[in-house]
Design a protein around this ligand. Structure first.
Ligand SMILES: NC(=O)c1ccc[n+]([C@@H]2O[C@H](COP(=O)([O-])OP(=O)(O)OC[C@H]3O[C@@H](n4cnc5c(N)ncnc54)[C@H](O)[C@@H]3O)[C@@H](O)[C@H]2O)c1
Length: 262
């Protein structure tokens, strides 16, 4: 399949749902050769089948981003299927809101583990393969408006997304000598299964009264006039994966409809 990322070998974590699924499909439609990684292997298989039925290329590697052997296996799956790896999208992530004063050690550890350490492990395992190839590459991470602003009920999540900013900058400086760039995209409020569950979790905390209320309230001030859809990040993702972004590293691209202005 020809396109803007034709033949590019791309590993996408969190590919079974939401923005990971949307980005994987968009990359495949532009000719990428994909490895789909997710804790939910069955969901990733559904996405693989969607891509293959459209004439695209995709294989699945199920696992947990916090388990190095799982991530290494996903990199190996790309090497087995396509002979190497050119681009990583580290998209897998989670959020469990808690009132600031009640935020627990368990909530902190799990959130930082998945969103922070999981991102670092993906960067390391992907970069090791790119260095061995000697081809350079691109590591694309997933930040958030919560990586730019602290929100009272998301202390752990915000800390984990600020960690992604640190990993973007540290990785960019560490890997430049290998011609590996590191950038991140930062969505705002996007209507995905993550936010659908978050909306209900916020209601359970007692902060809202009905389903959809938290989502509507968080989306109220978006300059674009509406909440995001998973597809809204596809164009930025394609740009970051393509050679158009070659002269760019260590950057966080806000793609939030105008929520955080930096
Ligand atoms: N939805 C939003 O409004 C929003 C806004 C800003 C940033 N984000 C970030 O974007 C990313 C994708 O979010 P989404 O809304 O598409 O979520 P989603 O819940 O729809 O999809 C996340 C996927 O990641 C997978 N996953 C979770 N933990 C994992 C782990 N430990 N190992 C492997 N896979 C794992 C899940 O199984 C799921 O398929 C996340 O990093 C999230 O923090 C989301």
């Amino acid at each position: 399949m020809s396109g803007r990322v034709s033949g590019t070998r791309i590993l996408v974590t969190g590919a079974g749902s939401g923005m990971g699924r949307s980005i994987a499909r968009a990359l495949a439609a532009e000719g990428a050769r994909l490895t789909l990684f997710d804790l939910n292997g069955e969901a990733a298989e559904v996405v693989r089948d969607e891509i293959v039925s459209q004439g695209g290329e995709a294989v699945v590697s199920a696992g947990n981003v916090t388990v190095r052997a799982d991530v290494a296996a996903a990199v190996a799956a790309s090497v087995d299927a396509y002979g190497g790896l050119d681009v990583l999208f580290a998209i897998a992530g989670m959020i469990k809101p808690m009132h600031f004063l009640e935020t627990t050690e368990e909530n902190w550890r799990l959130t930082l583990d998945v969103n922070g350490l999981g991102t670092l492990i993906c960067q390391q395992e992907a970069a090791k393969q790119m260095i061995a190839q000697g081809t350079g590459g691109k590591l694309i991470l997933t930040s958030s408006i919560a990586g730019r602003q602290g929100y009272p009920n998301f202390a752990s999540y915000c800390a984990s997304k600020f960690a992604v900013t640190a990993l973007t900058q540290a990785g960019a400086r560490a890997l430049a000598e290998h011609k590996i760039t590191v950038n991140a995209f930062a969505p705002g409020v996007v209507d995905t299964p993550l936010w659908q569950k978050l909306d209900l979790d916020i209601m359970e905390l007692g902060d809202t009264e009905k389903p959809g209320q938290a989502f509507a309230e968080f989306s109220g001030d978006i300059l674009a006039g509406r909440a995001g859809r998973a597809e809204d990040v596809n164009g930025t993702a394609l740009y970051l994966a393509s050679s158009d972004s070659d002269y760019m590293t260590g950057q966080i691209v806000m793609i939030d409809g105008g929520m955080v202005l930096v």
